[in-house]
Design a protein around this ligand. Sequence first.
Ligand code: ADP
Length: 485
Amino acid sequence: MKETNGEKLSILFMTAEAWPYAKVGGLGDVMGSLPPALAALGHDVTVAMPFYRSVWKKYKTQQTDLRAWVLVGDRPHNVMMRKVKRSGVTFYFLDSPFAFDRENIYNHPDDGERFITFCLGTLRLIKAMGQRPDVIHCNDWQTALVPALLKTTLAGDPFFKDVASVFSIHNLAYQGVFPYEYLHYAGLPGEEFHYSRSEFYGQLNFMKTGITHADVITTVSPSYAEEIQTPEYGEKLDGHLRAHSGRLAGILNGIDTKKFNPATDKNIFAKYSATDPSIKYANKAKLMRLLGLEEGENAPFVGIISRLTWQKGLDLVAASIERILELGAKLVVLGTGDAEIEYRLTYMAKKHPKEISVNLKFDEKLANRIYAASDIFLMPSRFEPCGLGQMIAMRYGSIPVARATGGLADTIVDIAGDPDNGTGWLFHDYSADALMEALGAAVKACADETRWREIVLRAMRRDFTWDTSSREYLAAYRKAMERSD
Ligand code: ADP
């Protein structure tokens, strides 16, 4: 049903990731599902992202006749635009082979220059197209210079006049900090290099610049919006965020409930729904066998799907492995990341091959199989802006045991505090003891078949669609448009 509140908005998303074309983590999921949700409400939605090697290798896109040279510092980049229509949304791909025809999408020494090319090239070609958006929704540091460009360099350009900007922080830990010269590479005025705007310990901070200039700033959960204004979670930008808190709001992510649906998921062994969740256990038996784990219907099966980084708290898991196994649980881990965490987990799996399976890769099929097969989903994050894993897990009837931080605290109702409505277990202290207490409670509940079934059904029936949040974004866009006038 189309509901535009009488006003159809034209929204341009700018992002480094959007599923299915590119996904490293939650940003990719969100950019693959929020834009179609807004298009379904009747708005005119486009997404601009880089034309990575992974895109052209796998997807057919259409060449447009839009091309230009953009100057990044003294280096001219030839950029072109390709497009494709998907789920009611037009995806534009900025094609700059020098910047994006590479094996990995991040972690190149010239990432700053690459994403400046993306920002400048996209703005140039959007203008050439003559399609003026009401609002540009920028996401994370890779697109954070756009609000600044709109407010400074492009302020006198009639095409960009009154184009509002919203800047979303998906993870404050990644800020895009580069040498001062990058300010000029982007064509931003020198006076921006001030500690109250974009300067950060002698360097240029892209994320700080976005926070300074966006008409509205959002982050991906209400709790994280509060947390990032404190020194503990603020990643040295808490003071800057406090100074701009009047424009900051937390909007909870949703998930693509069509894509993540155990009743239709082709990746899993046996499809099931909340009317008959017991079929879930066929997935458990098959996956355990496939991974070489000792089968046992009664052994609680604990799943972890995560980037293996400091943020995600896997050191707590590594330190608790023996205690987890003492509970009689089996463990499967899927993820890639820091070498040390990978090493520690691999070592544990070698030591306990029948109890632990460690899979160091990015594999969406295996991910869905784990969501479907596991009884318990572990997310002991140090911090978690929103987290999608726990929501996907609940949708598949895998009960989260998670640290009470950011979006984990906002999306999981703690069974310990609310036994009749709870959908998981939350622990507060960042410690192995706190994790084990919560996991122990979950394992104990899992042994009680009737009680567990009630919990699984409650979790599966939770609403994680974009219905509420997409409307909150529309309100944010309207607020941004009022401010940019
Ligand atoms: P983050 O964005 O911090 O990585 P989220 O929980 O918000 O964490 O999102 C992670 C997303 O990436 C989820 O969809 C999860 O299933 C997926 N994911 C993470 N690691 C892997 C992996 N190794 N293979 C497949 N999917 C993964």
